[in-house]
Design a protein around this ligand. Structure first.
Ligand SMILES: Cc1cc2nc3c(=O)[nH]c(=O)nc-3n(C[C@H](O)[C@H](O)[C@H](O)COP(=O)(O)O)c2cc1C
Length: 246
């Protein structure tokens, strides 16, 4: 991203932006970044059909298949997803990283005292959204969220690089800090505190959340905007499947 001397965003040229893919292709015409041209931005999707077959009739099997294909594609951070929560009836979103899929739950890690942490405490339901651009695929997931067992968070915290462990302790996530210097000073202080400790203990306000989905929707970009959408809804412990109009 380029900025002009006056601090404004330079016109973005999407010319030649091409993503090579294992399946299909997305091409963008050359445009400049203004509303008129944004409206002209059109990806052309040429992908295989999403049909519900025995291979894909279970949402976790399909998620696993798509996730592996995202890993094999040129997706940057395929485990990144948008997590949406609610605060006073207003939705709020941010990106986090999927760190596990276990017993039908999706797991990510964060600071329990962050904004999202408090919003989760208050509502217990969240939505997740994965967008794998090179494959023209979106997965929307909704469900109930709870903290993982402390032992699960401990195990994952131990596996993190030392710098990330120190950062988790140092960062008062979502709180206002005066400037970058203040943040770096806290980090220095924390680093000093643990400089002779081989194992850094997990701070109690940092750990995992597990999302148990009751809705999973798979979206495959197709030609002429006739995209495939297949939704799995849990009813009385069983997954029911519906095809939705794009
Ligand atoms: C690619 C990417 C991955 C991220 N992964 C995480 C993560 O796994 N956990 C986390 O707490 N924040 C993660 N963040 C930062 C969050 O987007 C967000 O800024 C932070 O969690 C504070 O959100 P909140 O104030 O709504 O709680 C990530 C950001 C990006 C762009």
């Amino acid at each position: 991203m380029e900025f002009l001397k006056n601090g404004k965003l330079a016109p973005q040229n999407f010319s030649g932006q091409k993503v090579s893919m294992t399946k299909g292709a997305v091409h963008f015409k050359s445009v400049f970044m203004n509303n008129d041209n944004l409206q002209k931005l059109r990806g052309i999707y040429q992908n295989e059909a999403l049909d519900i077959t025995s291979e894909t009739s279970e949402p976790f099997v399909l998620f696993n298949k798509w996730f592996n294909e995202a890993l094999a594609s040129e997706c940057l951070e395929p485990n990144a997803f948008v997590l949406s929560t609610i605060k006073n009836n207003r939705p709020r979103s941010r990106v986090v990283l999927l760190k596990g899929v276990e017993n039908g739950d999706f797991i990510f890690y964060t600071n329990y005292d962050s904004d999202k942490g408090h919003e989760i405490d208050n509502t217990s339901f969240v939505s997740m959204n994965f967008w794998w651009a090179p494959l023209a695929r979106q997965v929307r997931i909704e469900g109930k969220i709870k903290k993982v067992a402390e032992s699960v968070s401990d195990d994952y915290f131990k596996k993190r690089p030392r710098g990330s462990q120190l950062g988790a302790i140092a960062s008062p996530q979502s709180k206002i800090v005066k400037d970058r210097k203040e943040l770096e000073e806290i980090f220095e202080k924390v680093s000093k505190k643990f400089e002779h400790e081989e194992n850094i203990p997990r701070p109690k306000n940092w750990g995992g959340f597990a999302i148990t989905p009751d809705y999973m929707e798979f979206w495959q970009g197709r030609a002429n905007r006739l995209h495939d959408r297949v939704a799995f809804i849990q009813v009385n412990g069983e997954w029911k499947t519906n095809r939705l109009a794009p």
